[in-house]
Design a protein around this ligand. Structure first.
Ligand code: HEC
Ligand code: HEC
Length: 230
């Protein structure tokens, strides 16, 4: 059997980034009116979305749909405002993913091989609460295990946020206030010290060799050593 291909195949995760870049989303509708209740949003997410989606903060591990941390990590690292992410999530909830046309054996057909997401699983204020909750947590800790580190490129500042360094370390230049690892502003480590630490990890810090490329490790090391204490 030949594997079918999706028309206009955007990798999962790139979809969200593409929508954000195109300025799509319901533009402020999500946040208009009452304050979203992210606590209720978390509960609703676990009940209605978690079976299909992994989201670290909610502790869900569904694999039918894309991992939502990985879907939004690059957007978070790029500094997209939470309100834009909220609107993308809200649109996804309202529209679902519909029928997916695919090519099989060179012919266009509309086989539903790819799992789809039903529209309006949650509605009205519930949908807004879920969207606000997802936007407040998705990708905040960077990519989760197996995520798309490659898409962070070789911009040290972007790697620092996208690879999760910011969640554990304080570095003012990156707006990072993590307290699990050392305060990098105080430590002011040299480039090779950072590069070595990132490669091998240690203590509570994961090793990044094999996840980040050598060029990415050098880039984030240079970024940390040149911006620490500034
Ligand atoms: C039955 C499984 C299923 C359920 C339940 C489900 N989803 Fe999905 N979701 C999917 C699939 C499959 C996709 C990918 C669709 C595609 O590739 O077009 C998706 C895509 C998404 C995306 C886009 C991610 C990206 O990479 O751009 C978001 C955001 C999302 N879902 C949020 C939610 C939320 C919030 C809920 C709960 C209200 C939910 N989903 C419930 C299966 C599900
Ligand atoms: C899960 C939390 C966590 C993450 C993620 C993390 N670190 Fe760490 N980091 C730590 C801890 C804890 C230590 C102290 C480890 C030790 O000394 O045993 C540390 C130590 C360091 C040190 C000090 C090395 C030394 O010689 O004292 C540097 C530099 C560093 N990390 C940079 C980074 C960079 C850059 C990233 C991202 C690529 C990163 N860390 C990701 C927790 C983390």
């Amino acid at each position: 059997m030949k594997r079918p291909y999706r028309v206009g195949a955007l990798g999962a995760g790139l979809v969200a980034a593409a929508l954000l870049a195109a300025g799509c989303g319901t533009g402020g509708v999500a946040s208009a009116g009452r304050q979203a209740d992210t606590q209720s949003g978390q509960q609703l997410f676990t009940q209605n979305c978690g079976s299909c989606h992994s989201l670290q903060a909610a502790g869900t591990s569904g694999t039918i749909g894309p991992n939502l941390d990985n879907a939004f990590a690059a957007a978070v690292a790029d500094g997209y405002p939470q309100s834009s992410i909220e609107n993308v999530v809200l649109d996804q909830i309202r529209l679902g993913s519909g029928e997916i046309a695919t090519y099989t054996n060179g012919k266009l057909g509309d086989f539903k091989v790819q799992p789809t997401m039903p529209a309006n699983i949650v509605k009205g204020e519930d949908a807004i609460d879920v969207a606000a909750y997802v936007a407040s947590v998705a990708g905040q800790g960077g990519f989760t295990e197996g995520g798309g580190f490659a898409s962070l490129g070789t911009d040290g500042a972007k790697i620092f946020k996208g690879a999760g360094c910011a969640g554990c370390h304080t570095l003012s230049a990156a707006g990072a206030t993590g307290t699990v690892g050392r305060n990098l502003d105080q430590l002011k480590p040299a480039t090779d010290v950072v590069a070595h630490q990132v490669e091998v990890g240690g203590g509570a810090m994961p090793a990044f060799k094999g996840k980040l490329s050598d060029a990415q490790i050098q880039a984030v090391a240079k970024y940390v050593s040149s911006s620490a204490g500034k």
